[in-house]
Design a protein around this ligand. Structure first.
Ligand code: NZQ
Ligand code: ZN
Length: 379
């Protein structure tokens, strides 16, 4: 076990009907209430949140329109609204895109320069507005971590920030709020959570991490079986609950504590697909991850064989990668670049874009040629 610090201060309020508790935590505050394109109005979550805010006398100002793969221009607007309205916290009701927009707005609120400076490491986040969440889509774990990912739509860069100030204070996780999540987003969430787990599992450097391996294998297994149940019956409470908590635990620091140095190369390449072509985050990963495994097949053979045995009851290395692809395919996730409208000629441009993130993440081994070779397996 490597030395580590594990810190996670987010209060999780989990369970059916917990949405009505959000007002209690916001009592006495004035918040910027952020949400997406309106699914919360169709599925009744908006009404439940409003009722709770009103019941507890919480003041708020609404801002809707966060789009998937959220953009910097919207964050600039949200910061201006937050300042003009003199709010003292942010309430995010949505999935990762809404939460990340809330986090970035919270950090930008106190900063006199352009909030993008934080993404380019030109400035450090020292203070942020408190963030509260009602989660509507299980996938990213943004509800219980300190990161945010935003696309600069002008420069076509999808970059991240991280700061202890960005952990949400409270996140309400009501599995029934995810009953209306469409299959495409269920698949995206399933792939995303699984790849969060497996980035660490396959890049971690310590050879003896039975606790962390066990966490990862149990979570992957649970996510796969819960996803299948959800696709059959979207209102299966236990499946939604198991999926939701698994996704949160997949990127909240728990499974990587003690594994030593590890990296997120699949996210690095996937972010370029989203930045340049607006590919869904989950879809970017279902394309990149099998390709990355094939590129690294011999280096990862022992680990792949172990994983294959634990999850699929198969020990062949190529067979295990095939099983991962079969799973992604079975839930409707794309596997090849042409399935999202990208052809071979575009690979050098994607590699160039991803390489700028490789520098930022200290992954200089991922040269443009290496990235292009990996993407070659996704044709
Ligand atoms: O716009 P709305 O109405 O909210 O609709 C959304 C959106 O169209 C819809 N949706 C959400 N909850 C729903 C629902 N539809 C019906 N019923 C519900 N209950 O789903 C669509 C996708 O939402 P989005 O928030 O974009 O999805 P997700 O949670 O997968 O977030 C993806 C974003 O998070 C980033 C990704 O890169 C991407 O930008 N990530 C954030 C991370 C973090 N902060 O730690 C880590 C991840 O690796 C990831 O990079
Ligand atoms: Zn992800």
């Amino acid at each position: 076990m490597k030395n580590f610090v594990f810190y996670n201060p987010t209060r999780i309020v989990f369970g059916e009907s917990k949405t009505s508790k959000i007002g209690k935590y916001l009592q006495g505050r004035k918040c910027l209430f952020l949400y997406g394109s309106g699914s919360i109005k169709q599925n009744g979550i908006y009404d439940k949140v409003l009722e709770s805010l009103n019941e507890h006398g919480v003041e708020f100002v609404e801002k809707s329109g966060v789009k998937p793969n959220p953009v910097l221009g919207f964050v600039h607007e949200a910061i201006e609204t937050a300042r003009n309205e003199q709010v003292d916290c942010i309430l995010a009701v949505g999935g990762g895109s809404v939460i990340d927009t809330a986090k970035t707005t919270a950090a930008g609120f106190y900063y006199s320069g352009d909030v993008w400076d934080f993404f380019e490491n030109k400035a450090r986040i020292s203070k942020a507005l408190p963030i509260y969440v009602v989660l509507t889509l299980a996938a990213t774990a943004s509800e219980m971590n300190s990161g945010a990912v935003i696309t600069n739509e002008t420069t076509k860069q999808k970059f991240n920030i991280q700061s202890d100030t960005l952990f949400p204070k409270v996140s309400v996780l009501d599995p029934t709020n995810t009953y209306s999540v469409p299959n495409r987003q269920v698949a995206n969430g399933s792939v995303d959570a699984i790849v969060h787990l497996l980035e660490g599992y396959f890049t971690g450097t310590h050879p003896n991490t039975p606790i962390q391996d066990g966490f990862v294998e149990t979570l992957v297994y649970t996510i796969i079986s819960a996803t299948r149940k959800i696709l059959e019956n979207p209102t299966d409470y236990d499946a939604r609950a198991n999926f939701m908590w698994s996704a949160t635990l997949s990127l909240n620091g728990l499974t990587t504590a003690g594994i030593g140095n590890h990296a997120f190369p699949n996210h690095m390449i996937g972010h370029s697909l989203s930045a340049m072509y607006d590919v869904d985050h989950g879809a970017s990963l279902s394309i990149v991850f099998p390709a990355w495994l094939k590129y690294n097949e011999s280096a990862l053979s022992e680990r792949l064989a172990h994983f294959g045995k634990e999850i699929f009851g198969k020990t062949g290395v190529t067979e295990t990668i095939g099983e991962i692809e079969n799973y992604f395919r079975s839930i409707g996730a794309p596997l090849r670049l042409n399935e999202v409208g990208i052809d071979k000629a575009e690979i050098p441009g994607i590699a160039e874009n991803a390489f700028s993130l490789a520098n930022k993440w200290g992954l200089q081994d991922y040269t443009k040629d290496v990235i292009a070779d990996i993407l070659g397996y996704a044709l």
